[in-house]
Design a protein around this ligand. Structure first.
Ligand SMILES: [Zn+2]
Length: 334
């Protein structure tokens, strides 16, 4: 049950609270969970090394008990190494699938240096005082892509429940329904799967989670077109109130054990407009993505930042083929 923030402030709830901070990391995910008894858990760290670390310091997080990497894509783990090096979390969990990017190798090195104990992403329950985390295990199937091996979490505190499912798409959700159906049930707050991508949530996932509030962690003007209108329409159809980090910045949910919670942001008011028929495209009229028409490759840039800026300006579809890994980072070799 959601209550109005003003009401909460007026009566000044003194009781213990669970906090979920959907940190504005641009295009990516990073969620801080603070339990009523003082434990802190970081689930993903966005792409930038500085953003989650600065946020944690700014709000006065003293220690991290657990860091969970949902999966090894750069928009989820890029910011974890610096945070792990600074906070030396007691425990670390990821999906345990091999991954060869430098970002992931640096993450593993940071975990090793920090002396964090690595725990397996099995269907375990992790107590956080009066609150708890239920791990929704990844399939661990290398035949599925990285997104579909995301470690999921259900956060609970008394009557309140929230679900975080990384970038899980229909294949992983189907695996969960077949293999761990007992871990899936309705929640109050839900993190949009895969940043509101069309292949993230579905009628099936909405029917299971039945969220009242959905937070989409998404970067303003991202080149993926997230969140997609079809997904916004799906959420609207499910009767959920939607909050977006690209519109509101960091979204903080504060919950009490009786299931009441507040959200520190305005819900997204943008109407979900879904084209009823395919948009007509006229090749002669559509503007070229790169007005200069010149094909660029990574050798044409003096730095990764320069390549990244060009890549982002070139619009969707990576017309110059600068992002060979398809992870949103151009010319990682620079
Ligand atoms: Zn992602």
């Amino acid at each position: 049950m959601k209550i109005f923030l003003a009401f909460a402030l007026l009566f000044g709830f003194a009781s213990a609270q669970l906090e979920l901070h959907f940190i504005d990391v641009g295009q990516g995910d990073s969620i801080l969970i603070r339990s009523p008894s003082g434990q802190s858990v970081l689930y993903d760290g966005g792409r930038s090394q500085d953003v989650p670390l600065e946020y944690l310091r700014r709000i006065g997080v003293k220690s991290l008990d657990l860091v969970v990497a949902s999966h090894a894509d750069a928009d989820h783990i890029g910011g974890l190494s610096a945070t792990i090096r600074a906070y030396h979390p007691r425990f670390f969990m990821d999906n345990e699938l091999p991954h060869t990017t430098q970002t992931y190798e640096d993450l593993l090195l940071a975990v090793q240096e920090a002396g964090s104990q690595v725990i397996a992403p099995t269907a375990r329950r992790i107590g956080l005082g009066d609150a708890a985390l239920q791990v929704i295990p990844p399939p661990g199937d290398e035949g599925l892509d990285s997104n579909n091996n995301s470690v999921g979490l259900v956060v609970s505190y008394g009557e309140f429940r929230a679900a975080l499912t990384g970038d899980a798409e229909a294949p992983e959700f189907g695996w969960w329904q077949a293999n761990v159906p007992g871990l899936l049930s309705d929640v109050d707050v839900y993190k949009s799967a895969h940043h509101g991508s069309e292949n993230g949530d579905s009628a099936a996932s909405m029917a299971v989670w039945q969220p009242e509030t959905i937070v989409i962690s998404v970067g303003e003007g991202n080149t993926y077109g997230h969140p997609e209108p079809e997904t916004l329409a799906l959420y609207e159809g499910a009767g959920a109130e939607v909050y977006r980090t690209d519109q509101s910045g960091t979204v903080v949910v504060t919950a009490t054990a009786d299931g009441r919670y507040t959200v520190n942001a305005e819900p997204s008011s943008a109407p979900a407009v879904v084209p009823t028929e395919p948009l007509e495209t006229n090749p002669e009229q559509s503007a070229p993505l790169d007005p200069s028409g010149e094909d660029k490759d990574c050798g044409d840039f003096s730095s990764q930042a320069e390549a990244q800026a060009f890549y982002e300006a070139a619009g969707p579809g990576d017309p110059h083929g600068l992002d060979s890994e398809g992870d949103g980072v151009a010319c990682e070799s620079l």
